[in-house]
Design a protein around this ligand. Structure first.
Ligand SMILES: Nc1ncnc2c1ncn2[C@@H]1O[C@H](COP(=O)(O)OP(=O)(O)O)[C@@H](O)[C@H]1O
Ligand SMILES: [Mg+2]
Length: 259
């Protein structure tokens, strides 16, 4: 379980996280929904311990990560995988090498053993198969479309079988069909790894497809957290707005009015 308690984080005078608390259960897909600039990426950086809070804490399975030494933190973070907003592939490596990267670095996450080249290649193939990029391993990141880059980013995560997966706006900037492929892949990856997934996004369609629970991030806090059905029935201006975008295309309702 991941417990986030009363987290505060400012940059200069910009107060970003202002007493944010949230519990993430083992095995669930939790979506953190919020507008751009609210501090979603800042929160993810806190969860993986890249940045320290001003106050409050993040606890992973009972361990407060802000109190760990670099070496201890490294042991915790090895069980986590993050898909960064731009997929963050290494431009100078082909897709196969990008996928193999963490395996070469860390070995097997569970057994902590170094893997042989044969094992690495077999795990890479398995991961590329899962994201439908088999046969593309010699391509360079610059040869890939936005959706393929995201899929390669996901292959690079799932290859070392982390128990916690974090996705920073996985569908942003993708066309609806490609976005849906990514949604399906997030659910499939979750089922395969039986881990815990945290997705931050402003995409309500994606949220409703993948989420077991939805947390609404606003003004530096989580102001609501519930299962999708309950969430959609909360009387909140932002939730009402998002709900309307699901059914009515704004232009369509304009047409009706004009009609
Ligand atoms: N390293 C940083 N230094 C200064 N300001 C930052 C830094 N990281 C984020 N911010 C500010 O924090 C706010 C939230 O950023 P971010 O978490 O990236 O938003 P989003 O919800 O779109 O992911 C923004 O106003 C941003 O300018
Ligand atoms: Mg962001």
């Amino acid at each position: 379980m991941i417990l986030i308690k009363d987290l505060y984080k400012s940059y200069g005078t910009r107060k970003v996280l202002q007493g944010l608390s949230l519990e993430i259960k083992e095995g669930e897909i939790l979506v953190i929904l919020g507008r751009s600039g609210v501090g979603k990426s800042v929160l993810l950086r806190q969860i993986i311990g890249i940045e320290k809070p001003d106050s409050g804490y993040v606890e992973i399975d009972g361990v407060r990560i802000s109190e760990l030494s670099t070496l201890e933190l490294y042991e915790v973070v090895k069980n986590m995988g993050m898909l960064f907003q731009g997929a963050a592939l290494f431009d100078s490596m082909d897709i196969g090498e990008n996928t193999a990267f963490y395996l070469r670095q860390h070995g097997d996450t569970k057994t902590k053993k170094k893997l042989s080249e044969v094992e690495i290649q077999s795990r890479v193939q398995e991961a590329l198969n899962m994201v439908n990029l088999h046969g593309e391993e010699r391509k360079m990141p610059s040869d890939l479309s936005g959706g393929m880059k995201k899929r390669a980013g996901i292959a690079r995560l799932l290859v070392y079988r982390p128990s916690i997966l974090l996705y920073d706006e996985p569908t942003t900037g993708l066309d609806p069909i490609t976005a849906q492929q990514i949604n399906e892949l997030i659910v499939k990856t979750q089922r395969e790894l039986k881990g815990t997934s945290i997705i931050v996004t402003h995409d309500i369609h994606s949220t409703l497809y993948v989420a077991d629970r939805i947390a609404l991030h606003m003004d530096g806090k989580i102001i609501h957290c519930a299962d999708p059905e309950t969430f959609l029935n909360i009387d909140d201006p932002l939730i009402n707005f998002l709900k309307n975008t699901l059914h009515n295309h704004p232009r369509a309702s304009e047409e009706v009015k004009k009609g």
